[in-house]
Design a protein around this ligand. Structure first.
Ligand code: APR
Ligand code: PHB
Length: 399
């Protein structure tokens, strides 16, 4: 089999890229290791920047997002037993975000691609990428118990952090910058109506907590826990009690979450990672294959979407003009924005969590930083701009 663009991985990056290429009249094949049900049920984050939502809508994948997505005009920060709201449109000149789960984005893209796109093979596990620096790279994969090969003009690794594409970049050209955090998240999904209208990010002496949502009847909640925590050590009542303690504020002594049946519970490690460059020869990395952010800034899916938008534009440019200039610029174009998001995600993570080894001095610094965000429109705007999403290619400020 031969295709123009061979895509490894059917997560949000691979699926959105395949859709954008299809719309540009460029053929592709998507190879996904897992089965469809697994890919469609995997729980991930749930915040879309306006720009990500706009791209999904323009790509024809936004019908359900427009019906079921919940626009949010702010978030609440809780620290020092006080609450402070950030008003995104006021701080950013009109930008907002959407609550719409990544799982739903994946379901929409899979359905659309199977109905009208090119081949999307599930249970097709890629074993190797060969000839990345030749004119005709090749993907080796297994499907239905047989070894198969796919020759391509270009190969895109959308196969996440543990995939094969990143390590197919020769060791001597690739550098991975990494940080592992000394805490994890315990996440639950609950059949309970959120009692809050917007997401709540809480810093407390007992650790970080986040209240998010999936719909008007389903809550998504997270607690900072030590690395290596066994979810079995956290019965439902213990989780609810701990959440209520971490969210407590003096102004509303009776404030409690609404409790309901817990339908999912998992521990998620936290890591930052960037691999440079994001390409070698005709092999390109996109999404989690190239970079990981801790989920505190809700940037993972949005960064993945930007990568594939840049790639799809570069392939359309190649098709129209014969020029590979945009493909050659891909890594540099993306990395500038990737590092901005890495910094923001690191900032949100280290400001809101309690490092088990941190000193009282460091706790005071965190509280001072949060107080600054709560009291200065400039500091608040900096957070809001990053959260709602920075432009793809910001011009340097004039002097
Ligand atoms: N062969 C084929 N498919 C593979 C292989 C392989 N060898 N290895 C991994 N995959 C598949 C995985 O099964 C998964 O479906 O690649 C896909 C990668 O998807 P994601 O991990 O969701 O990565 P990405 O599409 O880049 O999406 C980034 O996911 O982790 C979140 O926060 C992150 O929201 C961000 C988004
Ligand atoms: C989520 O809803 O899963 C979510 C929201 C915001 C985050 C992280 C996760 O920062």
């Amino acid at each position: 089999m031969h295709t123009t663009v061979g895509i490894i991985g059917g997560g949000p990056s691979g699926l959105l890229l395949a859709r954008l290429l299809h719309n540009a009249g460029i053929d592709s094949v998507v190879l996904e290791r897992r089965d469809r049900a697994y890919v469609e049920q995997r729980q991930r984050a749930g915040i879309l920047e306006q720009a990500t939502a706009d791209v999904l809508i323009a790509a024809g994948a936004g019908a359900r997002l427009q019906r079921e997505g919940i626009p949010h005009d702010g978030i609440e920060l809780r620290f020092g037993r006080r609450a402070h709201r950030l008003d995104f449109p006021a701080l950013t000149g009109g930008r907002r975000v959407w609550v719409y789960a990544q799982t739903e984005v994946v379901k929409d893209l899979v359905a659309l691609h199977l109905a009208e796109g090119g081949p999307l093979l599930f249970e097709a596990e890629v074993r190797a990428v060969e000839g990345a620096d030749t004119e005709r790279p090749l993907i080796r994969y297994t499907h239905e118990g047989r070894e198969q090969t796919l020759t391509c003009d270009y190969v895109i690794g959308c196969d996440g952090y543990h995939g094969v594409a990143r390590t197919a970049l020769p060791e001597q050209v690739r550098t991975t910058y990494e940080r592992v955090y000394p805490y994890s998240w315990l996440g639950i999904l609950a059949e309970a109506a959120p009692v809050y209208d917007e997401l709540i990010y809480a810093h407390s002496e007992r650790g970080f907590a986040l209240a998010s949502m999936r719909s008007p009847t389903v809550s998504r909640l997270y607690l900072q826990v030590p690395n290596g925590t066994d979810p079995a050590d956290w019965p439902d009542e213990r989780i609810w009690d701990e959440l209520d303690t971490r969210f407590a504020i003096d102004a509303e002594p009776g404030w409690r979450l609404k409790r309901g049946p817990v339908t999912g519970k998992a521990v998620l490690p936290m890591r930052s990672s960037v691999t440079e460059p994001m390409c070698h020869g005709r092999l390109f990395l996109a999404g989690d294959a190239a970079h990981i952010v801790p989920p505190t800034g809700a940037k993972g899916l949005n960064l993945a979407a930007t990568d594939v938008i840049v790639l799809a534009r570069a392939f359309a440019h190649l098709k129209e003009t014969g020029s590979t200039a945009l493909l050659e610029a891909y890594s540099d174009t993306c990395l500038r924005r990737v590092w901005r998001a890495e910094h923001f995600s690191w900032f949100m993570t280290t400001t809101l969590h309690t490092d088990p080894h941190q000193s009282p001095f460091e706790t005071r610094l965190q509280l001072s930083q949060l107080d600054r965000v709560a009291s200065s429109p400039h500091a608040a705007a900096e957070l809001a701009e990053n959260y709602t999403g920075l432009p793809l290619d910001p011009a340097p400020a004039s002097v």
